[in-house]
Design a protein around this ligand. Structure first.
Ligand code: TYD
Ligand code: MG
Length: 452
């Protein structure tokens, strides 16, 4: 039985209202509410089946080890938590043109050497996919391409082909013909993903859904999509640089905040196996330090650059690239209070190497030393790396994963490292390899690393 009704849906967050508003009551975005003519499908309730399942004790539940298969890219596998889990649903989001179709077509080719793969393209024609494929110059075995936008045909074809891995490129371009709203609208995205998800789980097919992000970086209808799927991965990067980053923000089968790094070349994406080398310059100049940031299970060396200049404005300018401006405000306040330096009369510009986005609080010390190094115009201690979260009272707080960071510094040939005081016996472990200086506050760090 069908019933037509009109509803107003925010295209940013997916919340529904019964009347039009200029501003969404939920996410507070302007002009995102669109009227959608929805067709509600009332399903006749199924007759109650007799109960077959019973509650079990933990001892009675047999847990099978999750078996995964490789995507063909080590970097991709890492972000997925070790590979693709059969029957899982992965959402790959990213801005248009960033390379989502490219990476997934490459992965599809590699997976198809061992498993059946179906690539469903709803944005491009078969010919366009073929042209892209020829450019990639890769091998494949059982890889089928299907160009369709109608969800029920897509589900039928997945049933016919019965692949181990299916790709939907993209969710915004497919539609359920029973609904009147246009493809890409939140209701369509929601209903199509839900049907695909149920289908994939019932048939034990791994499904990868591609979704475009809106202008402010959110997936269209994110709330509905993100809770449905098992893994959410974002593909990031700016179109000017050729580096691309895969970042997981949700993973039911692995840790989140893992990253995978790629470079876009003429023949598609290639993995960067030694990423620390691309975010550091290893120069010893004033205003630049190297920090070791934890990205998932992997430590990564990144440069922090600072430029501190006398201001010409009544309010000094503070701009950042790759690091939160609030974090920088806090570090500036700590410096002003505990070192007595009047930074409120100076403009501060902070940027990370390659614009790499850092969220690890242990980068505070490196940021502070970069600022002070630029302010004093003295290069920091040569071949040195800085690790430590700065407390509001100017002391360095303990951090938990220090050892892998020191190991990464050693691997990069760094000779000095400043770390917070620790109970671990690091000095004897790394004796003669790297000079570890334990410090307790910002003042000690400046006295040690910024000497003329
Ligand atoms: P694409 O995968 O189509 O992006 P998305 O699916 O995220 O919208 O990537 C398109 C861009 O990638 C385009 O600007 C051209 C570039 N590109 C390369 O640089 N090398 C390649 O081998 C391919 C296939 C694309
Ligand atoms: Mg595409």
């Amino acid at each position: 039985m069908k019933n037509k009704f009109s509803t107003f849906v925010c295209q940013n967050c997916g919340s529904e209202t019964s009347q039009y508003f200029g501003r969404c009551l939920n996410c507070k975005e302007w002009n995102t509410i669109v009227e959608e003519n929805k067709t509600q499908i009332f399903k006749t309730p199924k007759k109650n089946k007799p109960q077959t399942k019973k509650a079990k004790l933990f001892d009675e539940i047999t847990s099978e080890k999750i078996s995964r298969f490789s995507s063909g890219f080590q970097e991709f596998d890492r972000v997925l938590g070790g590979g693709i889990v059969p029957g899982s649903v992965v959402l790959l989001g990213g801005e248009p043109g960033i390379g989502k179709s490219t990476i997934i077509l490459q992965a599809a080719g590699k997976i198809s050497l061992k498993k059946k793969v179906l690539y469903i393209t709803s944005e491009e024609s078969l010919e366009q996919v073929k042209i892209r494929w020829e450019r990639l110059n890769q091998n494949c075995n059982y890889l089928k391409i299907y160009a369709e936008t109608n969800l029920s045909f897509i589900l039928d074809e997945i049933k016919n082909v019965n692949p181990s891995f299916a790709i939907i490129d993209s969710i915004q371009a497919i539609h359920n013909a029973e609904m009147e709203s246009s493809p890409g609208s939140v209701s369509q995205v929601r209903i199509c993903s839900a049907e695909l998800q149920t289908f994939a789980k019932e048939n034990n097919i791994s499904l990868l859904i591609i979704g475009h992000v809106t202008k402010d970086g959110a997936l269209a209808g994110p709330k509905t999509l993100e809770h449905l799927v098992d893994v959410v991965i974002n593909f990031e990067g700016d179109k000017v640089s050729s580096y691309r980053l895969l970042r997981s923000t949700k993973n039911r089968f692995g840790s989140t905040f893992e990253i995978g790094i790629f470079e876009m070349l003429e023949k598609g994406l290639s993995e960067i196996k030694n990423p620390s080398s691309i975010f550091t310059n290893k120069e010893n100049i004033s205003g630049v330090t190297t920090i070791i940031s934890s990205e998932g299970t992997r430590p990564l060396a990144v440069d922090i650059q600072a430029l501190v200049n006398k201001t010409f404005y009544s309010n000094p300018r503070r701009t950042t690239t790759g690091i939160s401006i609030n974090r920088v405000h806090q570090i500036l306040a700590v410096i002003e209070k505990h070192l007595g330096i009047k930074l409120s009369e100076y403009d501060c510009y902070i940027a990370t190497g390659g614009g790499f986005e850092i969220n690890d609080p242990s980068s505070d010390l490196g940021v502070a030393i970069s600022i002070l190094s630029s302010f004093k115009n003295i290069p920091p201690l040569e071949n040195c790396s800085f690790i430590g979260e700065l407390g509001l009272s100017g002391q360095l707080r303990q951090i938990n994963n220090l050892r892998p960071k020191i190991e990464e510094a050693v691997r990069l040939g760094i000779k000095n490292i400043l770390v917070p005081k620790t109970k671990d016996n690091l000095k004897t472990n790394f004796a003669n390899i790297i000079k570890i200086k334990e410090i307790s506050n910002i003042k000690e760090a400046v006295d040690y690393a910024l000497i003329q």
